[in-house]
Design a protein around this ligand. Sequence first.
Ligand SMILES: Nc1ncnc2c1ncn2[C@@H]1O[C@H](COP(=O)(O)OP(=O)(O)O)[C@@H](O)[C@H]1O
Ligand SMILES: [Mg+2]
Length: 350
Amino acid sequence: MTNHVDFSHLIDDSRDAQVVMKSGNILYTNQAFIDLLGFQEAKEILGRDISGLIHPSSQKEGLVHDLRAMCGKIVPFNEQKLISADGSILDVEIMGAPFLHVREVLVLAIIRDLSAAKKSEELLRQSEKLSLIGELASGIVHEIRNPLTAMKGFLQLMKSHPKPEYLDIVMRELKQIEEIANELLHFSKPAEQHLTRQNILAIVKEAVNFSGAESFKRNVKVEFYHGDECDIGIIGNKTQLKQVLLNLIKNGLEAITTDGKIKVHISKDDHQVYIHISDNGGGIPKDQLDKIGKSFYTSKEQGTGLGLMVSFNIIKSHNGSIDVESEENLGTTFKITLPLANEEALPLLP
Ligand SMILES: Nc1ncnc2c1ncn2[C@@H]1O[C@H](COP(=O)(O)OP(=O)(O)O)[C@@H](O)[C@H]1O
Ligand SMILES: [Mg+2]
């Protein structure tokens, strides 16, 4: 007489895609999983190793390892990419739970399709961007019309009185338009599909190094303080985060007149990473503090007043926050807080 109960119909009837594995080898699956991946029948999948179905870009995140390892722990839902029957990539979340079956440890994995959720998330992001760009539109038109009018005037003047100085002015105005366009590039590029795991420490380091030439030219020391870690994981977009750091360092450089020093400081606790960028420049007048981050607010002749607005937006889209503390004639500190990547699900094995 056998004393185990057959639970297979629970898997068969589930609307969630499920597979049962032994050391990563697929022993059993349901129709929902076959349909999800676009296969015709179960035998195309049975006997295969789960790692063959998971896209290499997400394998390094450790899930496959855990699913194969059966170390007695539940692997919580985890975003992954699967390769479907026709080779296309499918966004899913997978959880794995070990169970004992006839004295063998097997793993039951439940797979949920995330593609619809991802698509609507992306649409939302796009529409947020569009509405922001709509709000900005009148400002942009205004900011571009001024240099255009100036250029037109001086070019007209050049016809009768050709002078090299006029060309310099035209060039300067063109540069102004170019700056505005560069700052707004962030809104025009199609958003990268997903935010992925990034080492924020490395990104900060890159930004600090990148600003080296400019700071040298201005005779400003940029000092970078960090702890013992060499890797601080967050979920984000590298290009955007680097842009934020470069914007803040550049503002610091521009605020400094003499004997400049910029300190970039990174630290973390259990949940968040903190990046502080301080300068000993002229500071922001108290009555101007509430304008910081508003589009087109600038105190500089050649400023766009877009750098901080874009930076604040990027940090917000990373579920982080950014604060500013400033003392006139003493300096300014921008404080970025970002949530750490949840990596608890990853390293289950010694
Ligand atoms: N570190 C800083 N020190 C002093 N003022 C700053 C600093 N960062 C930003 N500001 C003020 O905020 C304004 C807006 O900055 P930003 O959006 O980067 O535009 P821009 O640099 O083109 O002026 C600056 O013109 C300046 O007045
Ligand atoms: Mg700026």
